[in-house]
Design a protein around this ligand. Sequence first.
Ligand code: SAM
Ligand code: SF4
Length: 334
Amino acid sequence: MAVERIHQLVDTFGRVVNYLRISVTDRCNLRCQYCMPADGVPWVPKEQVLSFEEMVRIVRVMSGMGISKVRITGGEPLVRRGLTDLIAQFSRLAGVEDISLTTNGVLLAPQARALFKAGLGRINISLDSLRPDSFASITRANLFGRIREGIQAAVEAGFNPIKLNMVVIRDVNDDEIADFARLTKHSHFEVRFLEYMPLDGYGNWDRSKLVSGAEILERLRAVGELEKIRSDDRSEVAQRFRLSGCQGEIGLILPVTQPFCANCSRLRVTAEGFIKNCLFGQEEWNLRDLMRAGGSDEEVREMIRLAVMRKKAAFGGLDLDNDRSARNMSQIGG
Ligand code: SAM
Ligand code: SF4
């Protein structure tokens, strides 16, 4: 629902914060190599995870402060029961104009239509390989067929475009860049290549596994002529392209070699209710305990403002080569 904006969250670098990524669970039904160790990470006890009521309160308060875009993430958001209902509640909040979801697609097929009807506007599905065996080795699960069904169901439900996220890792799936790019030929998929970030939770990342945006572009140019798609939205993180003669788009998300921190518009809330002002930032603010102790909306706003004012210029102040985040992606909400 659109409202006239009178409030804005602006950090000390003049960046307007209008985008929340909220994690609805830290649990997941996959164990992607680049996100989690093989035996997973300890789950947050259920009573420490935010209830839907608490999440709706956070989004209501934030939307009154200028947050208009909300992305639901996790862990795997579709393992949280009743997500459709949560989306319907978000969509009724004044000021929330755009609700999106990032999912691994395993549980999507039976839910896609209901999610669309509930007000979910956009969907990103993670897909790191088009080869079932390689997919199984990356995600440590034999569920390629389920994800294919999930993608098909999302198309049939009416999501358009559908973004497919591929984390490119050297000697793991970088030989599939061209095949992924060709998926855009006859479809409205936006295939997005993501640089591998040091957020795997077990220190497996190093620069030798990173395939840089420059290298991805070089491989794409071998597939066909690339036309750049210009955008006026400064906070857009993807560099967008179209291969000549193709219907869909290609997006490059290059947080490591071409960071977009200077235009960052994001805040994050983890499944257990901590605000993070950067994916890499180590500072956190405990909204859950504040709310459970009876904190007023004004106190909640105060904590949100503080988190925004403490946003650092880049990478949450972390040195990617030498420091490690205390959380992996599934524990932050990627
Ligand atoms: N489970 C859902 C999924 O996989 O789409 C949502 C959560 S997942 C943490 C969100 C996104 O983060 C996914 O697109 C995933 O590929 C990406 N991701 C996870 N670990 C990453 C890493 N180390 N580097 C880059 N992207 C990563
Ligand atoms: Fe789960 Fe998503 Fe992490 Fe894969 S990337 S382990 S699907 S949270």
